[in-house]
Ligand binder design. Structure first.
Ligand SMILES: *[C@@H]1O[C@H](CO)[C@@H](O)[C@H](O)[C@H]1NC(C)=O
Ligand SMILES: *[C@@H]1O[C@H](CO)[C@@H](O)[C@H](O)[C@H]1NC(C)=O
Ligand SMILES: *[C@@H]1O[C@H](CO)[C@@H](O)[C@H](O)[C@H]1NC(C)=O
Ligand SMILES: *[C@@H]1O[C@H](CO)[C@@H](O)[C@H](O)[C@H]1NC(C)=O
Length: 191
């Protein structure tokens, strides 16, 4: 499934290559946490221009997340405005990716993004105040997706040899579209 997803995305890449530049614009965000593992979680988007909305978010971990697992799932909005699973459904063992014991492509992408925009830029485990600042996606870190509206869902859990505990979820509604070029920039004021 995962490999066929990559192959299909690679196919989309080659068939879209000659076309206009794509942008991945965050349009809505939802986050929630397991109240016995997370406090004070918040997340929000700020519009920067026609092509970019940036993500800010934070939370406080109660205790320690020793072995974070991220389940990444992608959903695409169809013609009936329903979100349907879209190719990617993968479970990332982030400590292994960070320690370079796993080179799973989506894990490597995730780690690049986390290092750039969050304070999760160190090896396992994680505790305390975690945040993401002014995060956004660009076409050079992601495989090209067909144009449309997606949900990128990230479900975080903590796993040991016997238990898996849900920690929290981040859902990013993202519009994949051609870059808007000719219009004037909106005033750089955020909301
Ligand atoms: C959550 O926020 C409240 C209000 O700002 C603060 O008093 C509390 O200490 C915070 N909780 C944690 C676990 O940091
Ligand atoms: C991790 O990110 C924080 C916040 O951006 C920064 O202050 C810190 O120096 C970074 N640490 C490493 C090891 O890159
Ligand atoms: C796994 O996690 C559970 C729940 O936190 C804990 O009770 C258990 O002792 C842990 N097991 C191991 C082998 O660390
Ligand atoms: C939240 O975490 C607690 C332990 O810290 C666990 O027992 C519980 O199952 C988790 N909740 C969910 C919805 O997974």
């Amino acid at each position: 499934m995962q490999l066929s997803g990559l192959v299909l995305i690679a196919f989309c890449f080659f068939s879209q290559k000659a076309q206009a530049q794509l942008v991945y614009k965050f349009v809505k965000v939802e986050c929630n946490g397991n109240a016995s593992r997370v406090r004070n979680e918040s997340c929000s988007l700020k519009a920067i221009n026609w092509n970019v909305g940036v993500l800010n978010g934070e939370l406080v971990l109660l205790g320690t997340v020793w072995n974070p697992i991220i389940q990444v799932q992608v959903f695409k909005k169809d013609y009936a405005n329903q979100f349907k699973p879209f190719l990617i459904d993968v479970k990332l063992h982030m400590c292994q990716v960070i320690e370079r014991k796993s080179f799973i492509p989506y894990g490597v992408m995730m780690w690049k993004i986390l290092k750039k925009y969050t304070n999760l830029n160190h090896s396992c485990p994680y505790s305390g105040h975690l945040y993401a600042k002014d995060g956004y996606l660009t076409s050079d870190v992601l495989p090209p997706f067909p144009q449309g509206v997606y949900i990128f869902s990230f479900m975080f859990s903590d796993e040991n040899s016997t238990h898996t505990e849900y920690v929290g979820t981040l859902k990013l509604y993202t519009e994949v579209m051609e870059k808007v070029k000719s219009r004037k920039k909106p005033k750089a004021k955020g909301n």
